[in-house]
Write a protein that binds this ligand. Structure first.
Ligand code: C2E
Ligand code: CA
Ligand code: CA
Ligand code: CA
Length: 279
């Protein structure tokens, strides 16, 4: 689980998992993972609460390590950030997700938004806006079907530069979501400042929704506030019917979580889209 603000998964937390030699090996393996085709994307469906239909999917990266098996992004994304590999990996994720979404649309499947997680380092790249527009041109994906998920652990000194880039990206028609909302100390100021289309309420708040639990008013407040600001709101990590009922009552716009589906490999997500087409 994520901790408050900051760079939650530092190299130190990685050290805790393995010894020095293992860590060096892992870093070395990661530097070759892209060219060796060991990275892949899973897709977790996002549903419109009112219609109960799939309207999007979040791309979540997986690393199929030849000896260790599937490595969690919670482990290797911070390592990639530390090693300066995250921009290359992040660009691969963007290109792969956009290519896949365009493929589904060309196959006549119902169009959905593809959500891609951005590391703060990617937003700091000078060429980031150019990378996005190049990928959109290359893949011919309509920008309105790309949704970029940003977190708020952006260096305060970089805020103006990042803001400028986000405005440019939005001007292209790409959607922006604020991920893990509520866990950072500066959520509210970012919401006010950034040109955000959607807020994703952090899983930690959703998991505390039980009858009469004290977290429920926080969730309803975030939903009400988002509506007042005319921003869409998605609840992540929805696992129970009880949570869903509460979110429906509060008129949350979108949900995502194990209650509906775990992240799925391409062919299984495709099946859901076929079902939507025929059902
Ligand atoms: P995130 O962006 O908050 O993604 C949601 C995480 O919650 C995913 O874990 C997802 O599998 C998990 N999840 C979804 N529904 C539920 C639920 O109902 N219950 C529980 N307990 N968990 C649920 P995952 O795939 O392990 O990813 C972890 C984190 O790794 C992501 O958190 C994101 O910060 C990062 N990540 C994943 N893919 C990428 C990527 O392509 N680029 C970057 N920069 N980060 C990524
Ligand atoms: Ca996310
Ligand atoms: Ca999240
Ligand atoms: Ca989260």
């Amino acid at each position: 689980a994520k901790k408050q603000g900051g760079n939650q998964y530092s190299f130190q937390s990685f050290v805790g998992l393995t010894n020095d030699r293992e860590r060096m090996e892992m870093a070395n393996d990661l530097s070759r993972a892209l060219e060796r085709n060991e990275l892949c994307l899973y897709y977790q469906p996002q549903y419109c609460v009112e219609e109960g239909r799939i309207i999007g999917a979040e791309a979540l990266i997986r690393w199929q390590h030849p000896e260790r098996g599937l490595v969690s992004p919670v482990v290797f994304i911070p390592l990639a950030e530390e090693m300066g590999l995250i921009t290359a990996i992040g660009e691969w994720v963007l290109r792969t997700a956009c290519t896949q979404n365009r493929k589904w649309q060309m196959a006549g499947l119902p169009p959905i938004k593809i959500a891609v997680n951005l590391s703060p380092r990617q937003l700091q790249q000078d060429s980031f806006v150019h990378i996005i527009s190049t990928i959109l041109l290359e893949t011919k994906l309509d920008p309105c079907y790309l949704d970029l998920e940003i977190t708020e652990n952006i260096d305060m000194f970089e805020t103006d530069l990042v803001l400028e880039k986000l405005r440019e990206i939005k001007a292209h028609g790409v959607h922006l979501s604020l991920d893990d909302f509520g866990v950072g100390y500066s959520s509210l100021s970012y919401l006010n400042q950034f040109p955000i289309d959607k807020v994703k309420i952090d899983r930690s708040f959703i998991q505390k929704i039980r009858s009469g639990h004290a977290q429920a008013p926080i969730v309803s407040a975030i939903i009400a506030m988002s509506k007042n600001m005319q921003v869409r709101v998605l609840a992540e990590g929805v696992e129970s019917e009880e949570q869903l009922r509460f979110l429906m009552e509060q008129q949350c716009d979108e949900v995502q979580g194990f209650l509906y589906s775990k992240p799925l490999p391409v062919d299984q997500l495709e099946k859901l889209l076929v079902e939507k087409l025929t059902g």
